[in-house]
Design a binder for this molecule. Sequence first.
Ligand code: FES
Ligand code: FE2
Length: 473
Amino acid sequence: MQDETLFHQSLSKIYQSIDVENITSFNNICILGVSIIVLAIVWKLLKSLISEVYSSFFHPLDRFIDLEPKLSEMKPSTRTSFLASKSRKRIGDFPPVYPNGWFKICNSWDLSPGQVIYKSMLGLELAVYRAQHSKTVHAIDAYCTHLGANLSLGSVNGECLTCPFHHWSFNGEGKCVSVGDSPLPMPILKKNGQFKSELSVQDSTLDIAKNKSGKLAESCEQVEECEHRDGIPSQAHTKSYTIIERNDNVYLWFDAEGREPHWQPPSVRQNLFTHGKIAHHIYCHIQEIPENGPDANHLNVVHREMRNTFGFVWNIWGAKWQKGEKKEDSHVAYFQVQHVSTAMNDRLKIPFSVVDVKGGQYGPGLVMFEFSTILGKFDLVQTVTPVGPLHQHVEHVLYVPWYIPRFFAKWFLILMTSFVEQDIPIWNTKTYLPKPVLVRTDGPIGQFRRWYSQFYSENSPTLKSLSKRSLEW
Ligand code: FES
Ligand SMILES: [Fe+2]
């Protein structure tokens, strides 16, 4: 009993000792702190939502997707069999790995005047730059003929590219137009601390950028008129490549025999505008990708279910493939596809949209799709550029009429490339069978292979010839 009284007495003492006002202000601080945190989270979410909405309306699409399974994420047993299948694939009896034709280097917007980039494709190492005055794009061998520095680290001066190592300069045709400065005489300083009179430190970039009259050169021809203090050996010249810019794409002509282009990449239809691109890396032989064109049967297997629609949208496909018959279009293969989207489930199939697509495969590296939709004509350009013997950089650029909102164009591009993403796991893991077992219901795959073989020539690089040159890939 006495204990209880003592307990109550001490409790009331503690209660009296507590400053109630302090408790209230402590609570207020807590409430303020929590509110600030909640507000910060809401603001962050709101900001990312606003920027997502803003970019979907105003920014062009620029996506890069690499679907190759990551080795580090695989179970050890899967990793072993994946690596084994990869090396088996390399032994396969492949056609040459770099066919002849036009191949995309980059988008026009990747190169502003005076900008230089490095590109490795088709077994070539390139320095690609846009001239400052003519705004023409040039591609020359990346390695300087002097001591092998990488020219893509250099700078563009007028129409020429200057090496970062000793300032040799090359024009767009690969001609070496300047070999930089002479070495300075020794010693540089006189005993009285003055520079030697014959010492004239000149900037070689100015030397090549000015013509005889001392004015800034505006073309390579003018630059060649420059006076050089040293003779330029003919071995100093480097290799240049034929470039064409079309529909915001920069293409390079590749021919293993060194022949000039005998056809040009096509243009998209008039009054269409692009809103960006989606790029994928695919690990297979280049011929495997267009071989899906004549293989109409795979459409109703691989592309039957629309991705990310939870089994609600199903596709039905019909397709036709035909090679160009005339001499002038022998490098083209034409195709027509009808794509019907159906709703509900795989059995009910209620059609709700029909899209007709026609187009052409132009050489090994370029496909044009022309869509007819209720919203007007859309063009899609697919480019395949080999960046390694069995490694393709594939890009899709969509062109739509001016009245199509950007977010819709981007959604359409994402939808179209989602079909390609259904093919990628198959391409990444299949091998090339030189003598496949074909049946009557197969598309004209044999015809396609005969047509495609025109892009290989005597000196086209093969896996064998490349593996002698490098063990790296
Ligand atoms: S390596 Fe290019 S100038 Fe010397
Ligand atoms: Fe496909």
